[in-house]
Design a binder for this molecule. Structure first.
Ligand SMILES: NC(=O)C1=CN([C@@H]2O[C@H](COP(=O)(O)OP(=O)(O)OC[C@H]3O[C@@H](n4cnc5c(N)ncnc54)[C@H](O)[C@@H]3O)[C@@H](O)[C@H]2O)C=CC1
Ligand SMILES: C[N+](C)(C)CCCC(=O)O
Length: 561
């Protein structure tokens, strides 16, 4: 599989050295000699003697990702995928560097797709849609079950690649990939269950409804759950008979293409699931393309508004999964131990870069001192560091600007009178290879009030704001006092209160006595400015299909003319 290229690299093999996606590698790399295949990943060993090992990104070589460690991988394989294969970028100018967050090193280069490439991908999706939509739901299910099986089989290596590109800890990434295959498996199960309704009409006439696919759907993803978002969007789309063109975040481009390869291997027609790389410009081209029937978007509110506006020009269906500033309400009668664990789960997964995080933690006044003591103790004990180590629980943030933004929020909170009980600082590891990584220590803020910036705005970083409350009525009003409405949570042992609070919170999800679990069987999505439409659950089949009514006359036409 591996061909020796025989070239000596001319680039220095230090943090920041650049290997250009899609270009033949011919650069300096100290005294390393490389071996490489015609496509794949380059694994950079720490010792000159080991040199370079080029890994192919198909099944057998994805296995070799197992040998990679933080700071060793360079991705050179084209990351676009349409018409059943990886596609090299047409223009190899103005590349955007993609970083490995744990080291600040360049992982690969991103070449955004232009209008012609977007058009090619959409056309290939359309021709696949014409075949796929004609299959029986159970036939689609069989292919999707095979895809779920392959994801499960490659779980460890997909997770590893996700960690290298995203910075989150391997313990979390493994769970993300599990949720990903579960999503594909779940929607496979629903593919054969698409059905309409039969309606009896007077005089023996009747009508029936059919659930039909929409056509070509576009998925646009955020950086925080790159592979999982691609499955959450594609699984229900494909189950309903649609095709998809997916654009990952330009910061996390490397794993979506693995999903495209897996779907192909499982037996979908060429073009059914495609990946185009790029940022805002490529995203806009997708939203405006006349052959696109639906756009499903995960990202920030400002971008979501633009996506909706562009899609409205073509009267396209839209699903928006946007940001949040979710409340977590802890009553004094709640199970204390679980409430503390719930608060940590609500704030520190994926370095706090989670849209449904419960970042406003309302704690009933009587238990506030005890709660703060325990939550701070456990926050300080979170192992931050190399995300590929099994013991790590918090990795690196996605980018330097994202980390700096979160640190600015902490500084602003202090200025506005909040007290930093722990963290909120750049984290410098003793491991030299992590010295340029984007690490921040998880932070708990006390003495917060509802009008502070840290309590009002989505930080998208590991920052928990804790607020005292006295009564149920008061806390519900305060919890709802936000333009967002993605999620919410309540800890209490009082069953009536739990359901009353859940009913009164203005949010698409309410967790009772837990937080941030995501079973694929239940719908997920927002109220208010957190968006609309749903992902996961049976209802999402409705968001990826349209209803046709067929009316059947059994008698004569009664004409008024
Ligand atoms: N509700 C949810 O399920 C989730 C929401 N989010 C939200 O996303 C934000 C962070 O993610 P980011 O990736 O920084 O968000 P973002 O809004 O900057 O980007 C999201 C995606 O939109 C694309 N995009 C940017 N401009 C575009 C345009 N004009 N037209 C079409 N596409 C465009 C980006 O390239 C990226 O793929 C946070 O605010 C967070 O709350 C993140 C994850 C999940
Ligand atoms: C998986 N979960 C529930 C922690 C987060 C999913 C939503 C997102 O993409 O931020």
């Amino acid at each position: 599989m591996f061909l020796s290229c025989g070239k000596v690299f001319l680039r220095t093999c230090v943090a920041g050295s650049r290997h250009v996606t899609g270009r033949p590698l011919a650069g300096v790399c100290a005294s390393h000699v490389c071996t490489h295949s015609s496509d794949g990943l380059t694994l950079r060993g720490s010792s000159a003697a080991r040199g370079f090992l080029r890994l192919k990104m198909a099944q057998s070589s994805l296995d070799s990702v197992r040998g990679a460690s933080t700071g060793t991988l360079v991705v050179t394989e084209p990351l676009n995928f349409w018409a059943g294969k990886r596609v090299k970028p047409r223009q190899q100018t103005n590349p955007e560097p993609v970083f490995e967050p744990a080291t600040g090193r360049v992982l690969c280069q991103l070449y955004p797709c232009g209008a012609e490439e977007v058009d090619e991908a959409i056309k290939s999706a359309h021709s696949a849609y014409l075949q796929w939509s004609k299959l029986a739901g159970t036939e689609r299910a069989r292919v999707m079950l095979e895809a779920a099986r392959i994801i499960r089989e490659r779980r460890d290596n997909i997770a590893k690649l996700e960690v290298i590109n995203n910075g989150k800890s391997i313990s979390e990434a493994l769970v993300d990939i599990d949720i990903a295959w579960q999503s594909v498996e779940y929607y496979a199960g629903l593919a054969g269950a698409l059905a309409g309704q039969h309606v009896q009409l007077p005089g023996g006439a009747f009508a029936y409804t059919r659930r039909e696919p929409l056509g070509v759907c576009v998925g646009i993803g955020a950086f925080n759950y790159p592979f999982q978002i691609a499955t959450w969007k594609s699984a229900p789309a494909l189950a309903c008979g649609n095709a998809m063109v997916f654009k990952p975040s330009p910061m996390t481009p490397v794993t979506a293409v693995l999903l495209a390869e897996i779907y192909k291997e499982a037996g979908v027609p060429d073009g059914l699931f495609n990946v185009v790389q790029g940022g805002a410009e490529t995203g806009s081209l997708l939203c405006q393309h006349p052959m696109v029937a639906k756009v499903t978007f995960t990202g920030s509110v400002p971008t979501g508004k633009k996506v909706m506006e562009m899609s409205s020009k073509g009267v396209k269906h839209v699903t928006l999964e946007l940001g949040g500033k979710s409340p977590l309400i802890i009553f004094k009668d709640g199970d204390f131990e679980n409430a503390v664990k719930g608060a940590l789960m609500a704030n520190f997964l994926t370095q706090g870069q989670v849209c449904c995080n419960g970042t406003r933690v309302f704690v009933q006044r009587d238990i506030m001192p005890k709660f703060l003591e325990e939550v701070v103790k456990r926050t300080k004990a979170i192992p931050v560091g190399d995300p590929l180590l099994e013991s790590t629980r918090m990795g690196a943030m996605i980018s330097k600007p994202q980390m700096e933004k979160a640190l600015r929020y902490v500084a602003q909170a202090k200025k506005e009178g909040a007290r930093v009980l722990c963290g909120g600082e750049p984290y410098v590891s003793s491991d030299p290879k992590l010295k340029d990584g984007y690490f921040m220590s998880p932070c708990v803020l006390d003495n917060c009030t509802d009008n502070m910036t840290c309590v009002k705005e989505e930080i998208f970083g590991p920052v928990m704001s804790v607020l005292p409350f006295d009564t149920e009525e008061e806390v519900i009003a305060r919890a709802n006092n936000t333009t967002y409405g993605l999620a919410s949570g309540v800890f209490t042992r009082d069953i009536s209160r739990a359901h009353r609070v859940a009913a009164n919170l203005e949010a698409g999800t309410c967790f009772i006595n837990n937080y941030n679990i995501s079973p694929v069987e239940v719908p997920f999505g927002g109220y208010k400015m957190s968006g609309f439409g749903r992902e996961n659950g049976q209802v999402t089949m409705e968001y990826f299909s349209q209803l046709k009514t067929v009316i059947v006359e059994m008698g004569d036409v009664e004409s008024v003319f």
